[in-house]
Design a protein around this ligand. Sequence first.
Ligand code: PLP
Length: 377
Amino acid sequence: VRAYRGTELHIHLSALEKNYRWLAQVSPEFLCPMVKANGYGHGDVRVAKALEGWGCKTFGVGLVEEGLRLRDFGVQGEILVFGFSGDDAVESLLAHGLTPVISDGQQLEALTRSVKAPTPVHVKLNTGMNRRGFRSSEWPGVAQQLKETPNLQLRGLCTHLLEGEDLMNGREGLGYSLQQIETFEKTLLGFDKKNLFLHIYNSAGLASVFLNHQSMNYGCRPGLLTYGVDPMKDQRLAPLISPVMELHSNIVSTQDVKSGEVVSYGGLWRANRDSLIGIVPAGYADGVCRSLSNRGSFLVRGRRVPIVGRVCMDYTMVDLTDLNVTQDKVIGERAVIFGQQKDTNISVVQMAEAAERSTYEILTGVSERVPRLYLGA
Ligand SMILES: Cc1ncc(COP(=O)(O)O)c(C=O)c1O
């Protein structure tokens, strides 16, 4: 598809490689990068194929549809599907060699009914998140049913942490994560776990255990870390990983706004001096959160320029006055929505903070109409 405007998402494959290699080194036993939600916005097929090229064997998706897409485009590795329901989904999943992560009785029943050939499966335990997964009391029944259905071949057991950062408190801490890990271990006490993958950590869990110099013990399903976003509040891990995604646009036009005039819908911003306003062709339909109205900033010429007025569907306005440039010079220049420009950086974490959104929403919020440009391939 041809792009006629300068708004584009840069995907740095060298950063993805660096992050992946670091993760593979830290979590050598089991590593399942999450490529759901279009690879956290980075492009699921491109990301999975790149990872596969560097030796990655397992991928995680949220939906059967996402797994099918990867298969259609030739991803060969194991694809764990964390969400599915109904017989059609199960048939499809089995027909295309996707690996179900069984999280409830209906899924187990449907699989038991449909499975005709040996199929690897993982089982998810609910240890406190109370979203998906079997409770401890259900586990013996599940184990029994698997035993009676030899075509369902148990390959892994997992759970999901609800507050991975709290592992920073160490083994003595009383955070949720330790309680969850304890519940996981207690539930499986006495069950033969030989040759099974046990995976627990999300990015925050892995980061905490790593920063605390604890031994890993369990496998990891990193989303954020794969894409170079530090899940920790203090950003201590940031130097070890690199952001994969940068959102760029440009100054498509300018307005000379006189002191006292307003900018954008609702007139939320009023100039208190004669101002040069840059018009950036990227708005909330592209992934610039509307909550950045009058509060966020972009980078132009390596400097932060404040967003003025309401973010629109297709446009965002920035105040260029302090750059002391003439308007004919600045038109066509790059505006970085998040990413690096010269020595200045707006990280996804910073944008999320300014927008009062999660980093997940920023990554997955870059819409489909923004072309992805893969660099360093
Ligand atoms: C089951 C499961 N595992 C792992 C992840 C990855 O989480 P993160 O991006 O925080 O590493 C997710 C994401 O929500 C998930 O749902």
